[in-house]
Design a protein around this ligand. Structure first.
Ligand code: MN
Ligand code: MN
Length: 319
């Protein structure tokens, strides 16, 4: 366990939370080799179709994550006592070239995969999940648990197949995800055409609208999600707009009638036991978030994800 001493957050009793270099959860910066969970950023929002700004997400989530402490108050998990966790920096991007950015992000996550680390990513808009999945791909499609107000399974928007409304359709087409082991939770909002959900339903994706989530309750839906993915390798994608904009207003395509931040935390805690091979928190847009509450929410959701990932990975290591 001694090597964990190199992967500890700054001691808040010695260096106050407003001081020091801004890294995720005040962790050391490191390369992914020798790290179990790599906290990384993808500062790209060239896939946004409306209000922009998530390119600034990683930096502001790092800033707000200075408030993340060591021990989860319910599970009493301390991820930093279980595994080597570090800030492995930002993916390279080209803010004015989407194709180049997709290739660069893919390459960055290939390096993380080949180093044997599991990434927990701060976006970026939701398009970034596509090159993340490409980079992490190991030959067979993964399962997906996806929290979002939107399915992000359009075929195209503005004549382009690559934007933040299409990543999960592309990921299915490319064999990165298995649609019959995909569940999308928290869906809502008016749609452009009554046929917008047809493709997702036709390929077998499980769509859980907010009304069903409310009616059945969080635990029942999460039990279904966990039964669907079983012990399979599962990616978890968390779009901050699944949370009601009353709690998380700083995002590009807000939809009212969402879950509370407490419910979001509860949902993620119920991922305990899922075989998570990567996760992200996307669509935090600091320019639309003057109080910083949305970035703080994003940072806290990353800590919640980190705790369930660390518990699962540590248990697997101990086997
Ligand atoms: Mn999304
Ligand atoms: Mn969304």
């Amino acid at each position: 366990m001694s090597d964990l001493s190199h992967f500890q957050p700054l001691d808040a009793g010695a260096i106050p939370r407003f001081a020091g270099a801004s890294t995720f959860m005040r962790l050391p910066a490191a390369s992914p080799g020798g790290v179990d969970i790599a906290l990384v950023g993808v500062p790209f929002d060239g896939g946004t179709t409306n209000r922009t700004g998530p390119r600034h997400g990683p930096r502001e989530i790092r800033n707000q994550s200075s408030l993340c402490r060591r021990v989860h108050h319910v599970s009493l998990t301390s991820p930093f006592d279980l595994l080597r966790v570090a800030d492995c920096g930002d993916s390279p991007v080209n803010p004015v070239d989407k194709e180049e950015s997709l290739a660069a992000i893919t390459g960055f996550f290939e390096q993380i995969r080949d180093a044997g680390a599991v990434p927990l990513t701060a976006g970026g808009d939701h398009l970034i999940t596509l090159p993340v999945l490409r980079g992490l791909h190991k030959g067979s499609p993964r399962a997906l648990i996806h929290f979002d107000a939107h399915t992000d399974t359009y075929d195209e928007i503005f004549g382009t197949k690559y934007n933040h409304g299409t990543p999960f359709r592309r990921a299915v087409e490319e064999g990165l995800l298995d649609p019959e082991r995909m569940i999308q939770i928290g869906l809502r909002g008016a749609i452009s055409h009554g046929t917008n959900y047809d493709w997702a339903r036709d390929v077998g994706i499980r769509l859980v609208f907010i009304e069903e989530l409310r009616k059945r309750g969080l635990a029942d839906v999460m039990a279904e999600a966990k039964a669907l993915v079983g012990a399979d390798e599962t990616y978890v994608s968390f779009d901050i707009d699944v949370i009601d904009p009353a709690y998380a207003p700083g995002t590009g395509t807000p939809e009212i009638g969402g879950i509370t931040s407490f419910e979001a935390q509860s949902l993620v805690r119920m991922l305990s036991g899922v075989n998570i091979v990567g996760a992200d928190v996307v669509e935090v847009s600091p320019p639309l978030d003057p109080s910083g509450i949305t970035a703080l929410t994003g940072a806290t959701m990353m800590f919640e994800l980190l705790c369930v990932m660390a518990e699962g990975m540590a248990a697997k290591k101990a086997d």
